[in-house]
Design a protein around this ligand. Structure first.
Ligand code: TRP
Length: 472
């Protein structure tokens, strides 16, 4: 093995299992939960979408979260390095993840910048009967303002990652994640106590399966990957900072639960307010930036609720974008022995520049389209969320299920006695390196192991593949 001493001692480690859980849950909980999930529920048949999402989460998302973190902890390296330790031929899967990371970092912080602006806006009076759709359109199409706010968000992102694993990512995740949960509950209580909010709750829990099409299922798969931060190697990188003594299964399993809890709470916090003030639940992406500000303006204590809501959004977006950046930075540190400071500075600068055209695609560059009439921003989102992340997931499942030390398998083991006749016949799993890693060399219990193996080998690759084909 070719791990340079200098680089491995540079890498950092979580100081506790709690620190890892907060950082990884912080990565998962983000705009995907607070912004995309509620509007997807609004557009795609209420709880019909939630049911499909939950099935995909259970049968694909959760097993793959465990697989991804396992690869990282095994390799104790960035995604390229960790795949490379399984087999040098697999490095390109990790490299694909890095490319995905650049794409994600091009558009995600743009929305982070919008949040910075709306946080500021919460405190500023906007006049008698403001037109929030116009405020949003004017702001996002402005050539400079969104780039300034993008810059502010990028600086915050940069500082936390530059501070390192323990003193930056872990420390700030441990503050921001619990604060986020508290704020979310306060906002939810406020909106649920509005008159007429019950209609919204009914809307969320009434399934309308007529809205479910192949496209909806593809967007649910995309959402599972995006929301869990799966498929680019962000969780793998975080897994690489786990110590070999930690209980990997126990720490990993709480991440999808926290993630889903926040997505549901956010939906329950937002939809009732939308109904109480008779807005359109299927507003789509503008839900947070047009509908909600209008609601906050009408709501008693609206300024306060608006301010804490956008602080919550800011925390969520930051803890997610730091995980994207860390994936790229870790590669530069491990592979090229860059100092963390240098690596973070250069990569943060590159992704800030990549963000500019994405930001401008709401104004100056709005007529520039890449994929089937999608703007630059929408194309980046589509390419990353609906194509590259699920593809990364299929490749990861195939690698763990079929390639890593012969793949996961169940065999009949025959032990012969001295005369050469069969003596003991047992059925059992052949413990390949992946299972060894999850169970700390067989010393820990791994619940649902058979189901997990079956899913990683068969269900996940086949289902994602079929959904892809169906959509082409
Ligand atoms: N999970 C985050 C969200 O829901 C986004 C995110 C962070 C992400 N890191 C990622 C998505 C890595 C894919 C890959 O907003």
């Amino acid at each position: 093995m070719n791990i340079d001493n200098n680089s491995s001692s540079n890498r950092g480690h979580w100081t506790s299992a709690f620190g890892f859980i907060m950082a990884a849950a912080g990565s998962a909980v983000g705009l995907g939960n607070l912004w995309k999930f509620p509007y997807l529920v609004g557009q795609n048949g209420g709880s019909a979408f939630i049911v499909i999402y939950a099935l995909l989460l259970l049968f694909i998302g959760i097993p793959l979260v465990i697989a991804e973190i396992t690869i990282g902890r095994f390799g104790q390296l960035n995604p390229v390095g960790s795949y490379g330790l399984i087999s040098p031929k697999l490095k390109w899967i990790g490299a694909m993840g890095l490319v995905t990371g650049f794409i994600l970092l091009a558009f995600y912080p743009v929305v982070g910048g919008w949040i910075v602006y709306y946080l500021y806006h919460s405190f500023v009076s906007v006049g008698e009967n403001p037109d929030y759709a116009k405020i949003f359109a004017d702001y996002t199409s402005n050539p400079t303002l969104p780039i300034i706010t993008l810059f502010i968000f990028s600086i915050l992102n940069y500082i936390i990652v530059a501070l390192g694993v323990e003193k930056g990512i872990e420390k700030y995740s441990k503050i921001m994640m619990p604060a986020l949960l508290v704020i979310l509950v306060i906002v939810m209580i406020r909106t649920l106590s509005l008159e007429g909010s019950w209609e919204g709750v009914k809307f969320i829990f009434q399934p309308d399966f007529s809205k479910v099409t192949g496209k909806v299922i593809l967007s649910a798969v995309g959402q599972v990957f995006f929301s869990l931060s799966l498929g680019m190697g962000a969780l793998m990188t975080y897994g690489s900072y786990l110590s070999k003594k930690d209980n990997l299964f126990k720490s990993s399993i709480s991440i999808p639960f926290i993630d889903t809890l926040v997505a549901l709470l956010a939906t329950i916090a937002i939809m009732p307010a939308v109904f109480a003030f008779k807005f359109e639940p299927a507003a789509g992406p503008s839900l947070i930036f047009v509908t909600l500000p209008a609601i906050f303006a009408k709501m008693p204590m609206g300024v306060f609720i608006s301010a804490i809501f956008f602080i919550l959004m800011l925390f969520a977006a930051l803890t997610s974008s730091i995980s994207m950046l860390e994936g790229l930075v870790s590669y530069m540190i491990d592979r090229w022995h860059w100092k963390r400071f240098t690596a973070t500075t250069i990569i943060a600068l590159i992704v800030f520049l990549l963000g500019i055209p994405c930001s401008l695609s709401f104004g100056m560059l709005k007529d520039v389209t890449i994929f089937s009439n999608k703007t630059i921003f929408d194309s980046m989102d589509f390419l990353a969320s609906n194509i590259l992340l699920p593809l990364g997931g299929i490749l990861m499942a195939i690698c763990v299920g079929w390639i890593w030390d012969g793949g996961l398998r169940y065999e009949t083991i025959i032990v012969k006695n001295q005369k050469g006749n069969p003596d003991v016949i047992t059925n059992g799993y052949v413990f390949n390196s992946c299972l060894m890693e999850i169970t700390n060399q067989g010393t820990l219990n791994f619940p649902f192991m058979s189901a997990w193996i079956f899913i990683v080998k068969w269900v996940a690759p086949l289902v994602i593949f079929l959904i892809f084909i169906d959509n082409l």
